[in-house]
Design a protein around this ligand. Structure first.
Ligand code: ZN
Length: 277
């Protein structure tokens, strides 16, 4: 597993204490001393292209071409589903796109750090499927910026869970890899076992299939009911495609007495508006 943090477990207790006491900067410099800065969008098995510290530092860990191709989003488009509109127009707080007007989601707001396109996909897929958890801190930063308001307003951060069979084969939940450090950074409660995926969903294709696949796929655990009732939750996921997954999660949360659900994702898929931006 390509995990830059794994070595921390092997450090003597004294060093661990020092790292803990002096916080993030010390961790950063210890890591920088051992590992050079890397370009996250390149293959780590290709040492010539992978290590390019200066370029990586300038562009937050990405090569210039990938950075330039990612369409970052901030407050824009639909407040409810983060669907961008041509020209970066923001409909304002409570403003809804056509889809959300005819069929509203059970959550209130969504923020996405970027549009789901070829460049962001080339980072998200390895992060999800190829043990590239080293990309996680960068995504955490992106979401932290795009969804700052939502996170500040909430009480608890909850990742969209994987079914245990998928967690078993993948070994980590990519949404939790982002949600956990976000909660720490913003000093919010973090609840990884508040929601459980009780149906293993197949790879989905059409919009209706997606909706059918995830219907009733999530339940709020007894711990979730205890700790989430009456509270404001930010749900974290990697990609917002049709919103079927976060809809199913938010339905379960709201039925369990959660006061408000907001959604924060790395990327928003909107293929039909992509070209117009
Ligand atoms: Zn919308």
């Amino acid at each position: 597993m390509n995990n830059r943090w794994a070595f921390i477990g092997e450090l003597p207790a004294k060093v661990k204490g020092l790292v803990k006491d002096n916080g993030r900067n010390v961790v950063r410099s210890v890591i920088d001393a051992i590992y050079p800065a890397q370009v996250l969008d390149r293959d780590p098995h290709d040492p010539v292209n992978y290590a390019a510290p200066n370029e990586a530092m300038l562009l937050g860990g990405l090569s210039a071409d990938t950075w330039g191709q990612i369409r970052f989003l901030s407050d824009e488009g639909c407040d409810m589903c983060a669907r961008p509109l041509a020209g970066g127009i923001y409909l304002g707080a409570g403003g809804r796109c056509e889809g959300c007007t005819s069929k509203p989601f059970p959550f209130t707001r969504t923020r996405a750090a970027c549009l789901y396109g070829e460049a962001s996909k080339s980072l998200i897929l390895p992060f999800k499927h190829a043990d590239r958890t080293d990309i996680g801190p960068m995504f955490t930063q992106w979401i932290g910026r795009a969804a700052a308001e939502l996170i500040r307003d909430c009480d608890v951060i909850v990742p969209v869970p994987l079914h245990w069979t998928r967690l078993w084969s993948r070994r980590y939940n990519q949404a939790a890899e982002i949600a956990r450090p976000l909660a720490r950074q913003y000093d919010k409660d973090y609840l990884a076992d508040g929601l459980r995926r009780i149906k293993a969903t197949k790879r989905q294709s059409s919009r209706t299939e997606r909706a059918k696949n995830v219907k009733g796929a999530f339940m709020v655990t007894p711990a979730g009911v205890r700790r989430l009732r009456g509270r404001h939750v930010v749900l974290v996921d990697d990609v917002f495609t049709t919103g079927a997954t976060v809809r199913a999660c938010a339905e379960a949360l709201m039925a369990a007495g959660v006061r408000q659900v907001d959604v924060a994702v790395i990327a928003r898929a909107a293929p039909d508006v992509d070209a117009a931006l």
